[in-house]
Design a protein around this ligand. Structure first.
Ligand SMILES: Cc1cc2nc3c(=O)[nH]c(=O)nc-3n(C[C@H](O)[C@H](O)[C@H](O)COP(=O)(O)O)c2cc1C
Length: 389
């Protein structure tokens, strides 16, 4: 049995066990993948200040995100198609988050439906909304999330149209995979995945099939969603959605100070500084690089979260020290899920928690609230000197 000590360990097992099509779907960014790569490498540029002879007893990583208690400032990011990474993936990931005491965010594009996840978990989870042109469908989706007692709404703003990821096109990504020779050959190597998948009825987009108009053929869903995502989304519509939800709302995909100001004005409770894990606008700056500027611009007006590139507890520490009240992990928990289901997600969270706790101690801090920019060594040119626009 492999001893899991870091997220890379989980990634290696995940790569062996998950169908190539879904591994590639997770492990890619748009176009040249520059932003995808820099989300990770920019974290490495920040260093930590080692402090000694500080009482380290009674440490805690517990804090709050949008007023809700969390065991550490880390939520599971909304990730589509989890149920293809591992059978019943959304339910397993939600259970892992619940056991750990961190929020799970269910994507609109999940395989297990909102109701499925709610029935098979004890605590409320968060729901992520992609806005669609079919307003009636959106209204019903929000009502379903309310009925399922979702405790926060995450509205994703950076995917009105989809960024091109070469591998998905080349692999003919679909859920479930189409019965082609290439797919059969690949699936024959992933018997564990196949056996689990045979035992679940959940193989289509659970929030959509049977709920949205004009979707009779689930395999045409990618086409349907591409047509359905609302290219006309604007701040007025965002304001309307916030009003409609009437509960904690988080706007995800903010990467610019001006947009952050708009988000604060429109009445959201929090924003996620994010570039969708480098999957949308390739060439955008990494999320960790944009974070300090956005904190300076609106940090006193709205709660700030961030995601993109977090692969360790030290990354979480750096983001929090730069002003994020919370962070999200995407790929880091998908690796765990694809490797070992619920146990793998718990393992990913434990790796992150342990590293966060130990790093805090070695920086001489005992509580999340004590983390500030003074625990970091940030290169002078970290934010970059870009000409004013
Ligand atoms: C495979 C995959 C699917 C994703 N699906 C969604 C989604 O359905 N909704 C959404 O808002 N973000 C989605 N994201 C973006 C994540 O929520 C998050 O912003 C990103 O993964 C953070 O970067 P990281 O993977 O480096 O942690 C997805 C990301 C990945 C890797």
């Amino acid at each position: 049995m492999t001893v899991i000590t870091n997220i890379e360990d989980l990634k290696r097992i995940y790569r062996r066990r998950a169908p190539k099509m879904f591994y590639d779907y997770c492990e890619s960014g748009s176009w040249s993948e520059q932003t995808f790569r820099e989300n990770v490498t920019d974290f490495e540029k920040i260093r930590l200040r080692q402090r000694v002879a500080v009482d380290m007893t009674g440490r805690s990583t517990a804090t709050q995100m949008v007023g809700q208690d969390v065991a550490m400032p880390v939520a599971l990011a909304p990730v589509g198609l989890l149920g293809m990474q591992h059978a019943d993936g959304e339910i397993l990931a939600a259970r892992a988050a619940e056991a750990f005491g961190v929020p799970f965010t269910l994507s609109t594009m999940s395989i297990c439906s909102i109701e499925d996840v709610a029935e098979r978990t004890q605590k409320p989870f968060w729901f992520q909304l992609y806005t669609m042109t079919d307003e009636d469908y959106v209204r019903r989706l929000l009502q379903r999330a309310k009925d399922a007692k979702c405790s926060a709404l995450v509205i994703t703003l950076d995917l009105q149209i989809i960024g091109q990821r070469h591998k998905d096109l080349k692999n003919g990504l679909s859920a479930p995979p189409k019965p082609t020779l290439k797919n059969w050959l690949d699936l024959s190597l992933r018997w564990r995945w196949g056996l689990n998948m045979l035992q679940t009825p959940r193989r289509h987009f659970g929030n959509i099939v049977g709920h949205a108009q004009g979707v009779d053929d689930p395999s045409s869903l990618f086409e349907w969603t591409a047509k359905q995502f609302d290219p006309a989304l604007d701040w007025k519509k965002v304001a309307k959605l916030i009003e409609m939800w009437d509960g904690p709302t988080i706007l995800k995909g903010i990467l610019d100070e001006e947009d952050a100001r708009m988000a604060a004005e429109v009445g959201a409770d929090a924003i996620v500084v994010s570039n969708h894990g480098g999957r949308q606008l390739d060439g955008a700056l990494s999320a960790i690089r944009m974070l300090p500027r956005i904190v300076d611009a609106v940090g006193d007006r709205i709660e700030i979260h961030m995601d993109g590139g977090i692969r360790s507890g030290q990354d979480v520490l750096k983001a929090v020290a730069l002003g994020a009240k919370g962070t999200y992990v995407g790929r880091a928990f998908v690796y765990g899920l694809g490797a070992m289901g619920q146990q793998g997600v718990e393992s990913a969270l434990e790796v992150i928690r342990k590293e966060l706790d130990t790093s805090m101690a070695l920086c001489g801090r005992r509580r999340i609230e004590d983390l500030g920019r003074d625990v970091l060594l940030v290169p002078e040119d970290f934010e970059g000197r870009w000409q004013d626009v």
